[in-house]
Write a protein that binds this ligand. Structure first.
Ligand code: PMP
Length: 413
């Protein structure tokens, strides 16, 4: 196996590890000096650098599938661009795109949304998240997040002066919310609960009963609920995704984040939308006018096809195969010495319990990358409850899955 000289193989997620020259750091704002880099994006970038140097890395780190965006979606965007659709759109997004989002919500989520007042186009789900946080919290306000949680939640909340309050999801509870723990985290500064289902990284899909734990607490404390549903088109094994917005008691308080990055392999397009009550959308439009102007014009045309049309066989067959790859990968990972892993309820990650190996998640992830050229994400990047786990992306090619497993066996035997 080829060894690389640089860059560093460190997979840790240390605050202050920005790429800025050391000499310049004193001039930077504290919010960025104190921020961790995104472990997932950083490791994925490191993999690209290594691959460019000729190192044969099997990449299970980034949350992206091996498939490209379906052709009909690309064609719609390319045609729009060639036809001159290259100018700014309304800050809220094109009416046609918002109409397609409303069609999707009705068809797949049982939600009747008014595209005029309840939907805004965003450049990816992360932009929707930023708008949701900026719209709902003042400096010093608290936002409940899960532990473990998607790596960008806590930094995003902090960037805007908020305080992320992690509530543990214990593996013994199947990584589900415990109502007492959620209630115990409430203070007079709590403004919102931010969560994700299907869950990144644990793969849990919350049932309506699980969601009602959040609904009860949000109603009792008059909170917004920010629901990140980026993996919602991929619940497995006959499960159904439920949008918390459809649960009784959520009227006027749910902010739903949707995107195409994961389920339509559109991570490079940077497109999604938010569905929320009219006052929230109106506030987001003001923010978007200043922060970004709008989501990209011809990208919205392609995304209107991706959301507006019923998913065709190219996508549905791909999703079916992703489920098979998740099953395969988790069974294989489960057989590694000291490791246990059950297939996810939804989404496309294996959440591998490595506590039997005696190594920390960072040490093992670093060793896998350095010595065996397999990239995974250490669970510690997702919160304190992530320690003892690795996140492994399962939607790579069959050849990559087999080769990655072979290398992991070599590393752990
Ligand atoms: N939320 C979750 C839970 C994610 O896993 C990701 C991508 N890793 C995002 C949001 C970001 O989505 P986007 O690429 O649409 O900004």
């Amino acid at each position: 196996m080829m060894r690389s000289e640089a860059p560093s193989m460190a997979v840790t997620n240390e605050p202050g590890s920005t790429t800025t020259q050391a000499g310049d750091q004193a001039k930077l704002a504290r919010r960025i000096l104190e921020a961790p880099t995104s472990a997932t994006v950083r490791i994925a970038d490191l993999v690209k650098t290594l691959q460019a140097q000729g190192v044969d890395v099997v990449d299970f780190s980034a949350g992206r599938a091996v498939e490209d965006t379906p052709e009909n979606i690309c064609r719609a965007a390319a045609d729009a661009m060639m036809a001159g659709d290259t100018h700014q759109t309304m800050a809220q997004g094109k009416p046609e795109y918002r109409a397609a989002c409303a069609t999707k919500l009705r068809r797949e989520n049982g939600i009747e949304a008014d595209p005029e007042t309840e939907i805004i186009a965003t450049f990816g789900c992360k932009n929707g998240l930023a708008l949701a946080v900026l719209t709902t919290i003042d400096p010093g306000d608290e936002v409940i997040i899960e532990d473990p949680a998607f790596v960008s939640y806590a930094p995003t909340i902090r960037f805007f002066g908020g305080v992320p309050v992690p509530v543990p999801l214990e593996s013994e509870d199947g990584h589900r919310w415990r109502e007492e723990a959620l209630r115990a985290a409430m203070t007079d500064r709590t403004r919102a609960i931010l969560f994700c289902s299907p869950h990144n990284p644990t793969g849990v899909v919350h049932s309506p009963e699980d969601l009602d734990v959040i609904v009860r607490v949000a109603r009792d404390h008059d909170l917004y609920v920010i629901s990140d549903e980026i993996y919602e088109r991929t619940p497995w094994d006959g499960r159904k995704h439920t949008s918390i917005a459809t649960r009784p008691g959520m009227e006027g308080r749910s902010i739903t984040l949707m995107g195409l990055t994961k389920t339509a392999s559109m991570g490079g397009w940077r497109i999604g939308f938010v569905y929320a009550p009219p006052p929230v959308i109106s506030a987001m439009v003001t923010l978007q006018q200043h922060l970004a102007t709008c989501a990209s014009s011809f990208i919205q045309v392609g995304a209107a096809v991706a959301f507006g049309e019923e998913p065709g066989p190219v996508l549905t067959d791909t999703w079916r195969e992703w489920e098979e790859r998740c099953q395969f990968m988790c069974l294989e990972v489960d057989m590694l010495p000291g490791v246990s892993c059950t297939p996810p309820d939804g989404g496309f990650y294996a959440w591998a319990d490595i506590r039997g190996t005696g190594e920390t998640s960072e040490a093992l992830a670093e060793r896998l990358l350095r010595d065996h050229h397999v990239a995974v994400v250490p669970g510690s990047a997702f919160g304190t409850r992530g320690e003892g786990f690795l996140r492994i992306t399962c939607v790579r090619s069959w050849d990559e899955l087999r080769e990655g497993i072979r290398r992991m066996k070599e590393a752990l035997s």
